[in-house]
Design a protein around this ligand. Structure first.
Ligand code: SAM
Length: 263
């Protein structure tokens, strides 16, 4: 319920009242948990919108890319923080020499083609320990899975619902990664916020392509998706992090140096 103007004025904090810290959303919470584990210092966010996640991420070096920032970026600029008002394609293709980021959050245009391109381009900005978070990997309903946002909403409205939800066909990206990047491991969050996927560079132990062709992946519809949900490796958030931590711990354990034996 909206509060009245008078109530809003009386409840406004006085200058002496410390401002409440912004509420941490699910993306920032997950990014911080990754950052703490891998000791991250640098962060790239593709698709920033109103800055809820970007401005809430507490890392020294951050780059945000969005063709239309939906907030005033000026007060948020500081050393180590850069706002790039370009599409992701223009950002990646305009890089003179690649910057490397510890964490990359892909949350730009939610179509398979764009997110797949963002992911492939972002590989050049990665190092061995880079971790990706990918947003909106699972559509909330059949309308949400349609790749054109305006049409998805129009079709849903015809069915009697006014919900503006739209996730697009990012779900196909997980099949592309599953089938074409066996050198990457991933786990997806099934609770505590949007369905998102965490991705890191550790080869998967078992690998059998499911669809095996980009054309078949591109044509994968919502109901086929519902039959293949196991691809996402969905886990409740704590279990997903446990899987990620144990895989990363293995990856970064310093190998035992064999004792030298005297000749
Ligand atoms: C879902 S919002 C991002 C939300 C934000 N990451 C957060 O967590 O608060 C998607 C954003 O992607 C941006 N976008 C759309 N097309 C893009 C493109 N080609 N490259 C980069 N960003 C794009 C839109 O302008 C929009 O602000």
């Amino acid at each position: 319920m909206l509060e009245s103007k008078a109530e809003a004025q009386t409840s406004a904090p006085s200058p002496a009242t410390p401002a409440k810290p912004p509420v941490e959303g699910h993306s920032a919470r997950r990014i911080h948990r990754v950052a703490e584990h891998v000791g991250a210092r640098s962060y790239l966010e593709i698709g920033v919108f109103n800055g809820k996640t970007f401005n809430g991420v507490n890392l020294p070096n951050k780059v945000g890319v969005d063709p239309r920032f939906a907030f005033d970026i000026e007060p948020h600029k500081r050393d180590g923080v850069r706002f790039v008002s370009l599409t992701s394609d223009a950002f990646f293709s305009g890089m003179k020499s690649p910057e490397h980021f510890d964490i990359i959050f892909l949350d730009g245009l939610h179509t398979f083609q764009q997110t797949f391109r963002d992911f492939c381009n972002s590989l050049i900005c990665s190092h061995d320990r880079t971790v990706w978070l990918i947003d909106d990997v699972f559509p909330s309903d059949v309308y949400s899975a349609w790749p054109v946002a305006s049409e998805a909403r129009q079709f849903r409205k015809l069915s009697g619902s006014d919900s503006p939800a739209w996730n697009g066909d990012v779900y196909k990206l997980l099949f592309a990664i599953h089938d074409f990047f066996p050198v990457l491991s991933f786990v997806s969050f099934s609770n505590r916020g949007n369905r998102q996927t965490l991705l890191w560079k550790t080869p998967r132990q078992t690998f059998t392509p499911i669809l095996g062709s980009l054309e078949r992946i591109e044509r994968l519809g919502y109901f086929e998706l519902m039959k293949s949900q196991q691809v996402f490796n969905f886990k409740p958030e704590d279990e997903a992090f446990a899987e990620f931590f144990s895989s990363m711990n293995g990856k970064f354990t310093v190998p035992d140096v064999p004792e030298t034996t005297s000749p």
